[in-house]
Write a protein that binds this ligand. Sequence first.
Ligand code: FAD
Length: 461
Amino acid sequence: MTIQSDSFHVVIVGSGCAGLAAAEVLTREKMDVLMIDENPVPGGQLLRGRGPARDAASRLDSSKKKGFSLIRGLEGSGIHLLSPARVWGIFDRGRTLLISETSKDGKERIREIRAGSIILATGARERFLPFKGWTLPGVMSCGAAQILIKTHGVLPAQSTLIAGTSPLQMVLASQILLNQGRVKGLVNLSSFGRQLNIFRNLPHSTPKILEGLVHQARIWLSRTPVHFQTGILEARGKRALESVVTSKLDHKGRPVPGTEKIHETRALALGHGFAPNVELAAQAGCSLSLDRSKGGWAVAIDDCLETSVPGIYGAGETVGIAGGKKSLIEGRLAALSILGRTDPELLAQRKREQDYGVFLNRLCRIPKEAWGLVHDDTIICRCEEITMGRIRRALGDGFETAGILKKATRAGMGLCQGRTCGPMILDILAALTGNEGNEIHPPSSRAPVTPLPIQTLLRRN
Ligand SMILES: Cc1cc2nc3c(=O)[nH]c(=O)nc-3n(C[C@H](O)[C@H](O)[C@H](O)COP(=O)(O)OP(=O)(O)OC[C@H]3O[C@@H](n4cnc5c(N)ncnc54)[C@H](O)[C@@H]3O)c2cc1C
């Protein structure tokens, strides 16, 4: 879509549940709103795709149902949607956004947009527990496998092994089965007892229990093997993944000798929960806060969902991981705040979803002992190829905070600015030094927050 104006009352970054909900409130009030997303279509992570999985999921999940109806409502709503376009910097105390968009000639160009207010609804990304061979082609995140299925209609492989700690494992398994694929097995780091214990504390959420049971039933009926208290020792393959070696773990997280198992597979999907996307907020000067019950570093907001930079608001996973419903609620609340209003009922619902977030993040958390499994030659920072051994040595030399570790080893200094290894290093520090964060400084981020070709910087609309 061609957008002529360069100035808007409100610019929303991200068109997932949070961005869509905010846009609906603001356009109803005749505000001039621009919503920007780097994906070609709106919907974010939850509202992707097509096929039987999408239809089945919408029946089960009220957030998806609401989200898809918001997408349908975009047409004719007066909202300006700019996609695919990436916001790579916010300057001028939140008044100016620099974006790169692909113009008609197919070339990416830089554009400057002025905003009265900004809502950051930039979502989350996945966390990982690395192991030897995790950089082989064929090893991917559960989210990447979902994108293959939901956006492109392609299965990761004929038979996929799924591993980790997150409920997304179960969702992905169910999606693969619904699309006539096979699941080689589910490998869960937690014990069955620990999972049951956590589920005893699941707050309120009957629809979520129901959704979980439907996925679980599909997995049982397909006779997919589920391996609890099991870790991955290694992924093997010459040029791409060929097999995965797992082992049962004892109560201290150590491999039990003699329980190794080799799973032949071309695809391994990993899911260890989520971390908020905070780079753009950090670059704009917004304060971050470290809270494990929110998924790690999250954008700090006040009761009106305003960040520490006046006029910049945060909503959805970027301010704390808790699922699509919280994102829908917070998108509305951020928009209402811009209009000078609030809604006590929505605030109460938000509190309930935040409680669910605490549960979700506890469920996904990688047990500290698991970091002891990581071999010295495992790559932690993929951009700079920094290994676990290098990090262990730096810790041994006394470099015990994320910032100092970065300077000592270059972990997190590459093109992605620590998007993938940042959450891992936070976990490694907690597991190996006991430093839970009190002495850890927030991650810093510089423009461009995602890599940008120099030719694009030279082209300007
Ligand atoms: C990979 C992945 C898969 C998931 N799958 C599921 C699932 O199957 N079921 C489930 O219940 N929950 C899932 N979740 C959780 C899910 O993200 C939330 O429930 C919900 O989508 C959150 O909505 P949101 O609006 O906060 O963020 P999102 O839906 O993540 O939307 C954020 C949007 O911001 C855009 N964006 C980010 N940065 C920029 C930028 N700089 N410039 C332009 N655009 C930008 C992104 O492209 C994205 O579209 C998944 C999360 C992830 C990370």
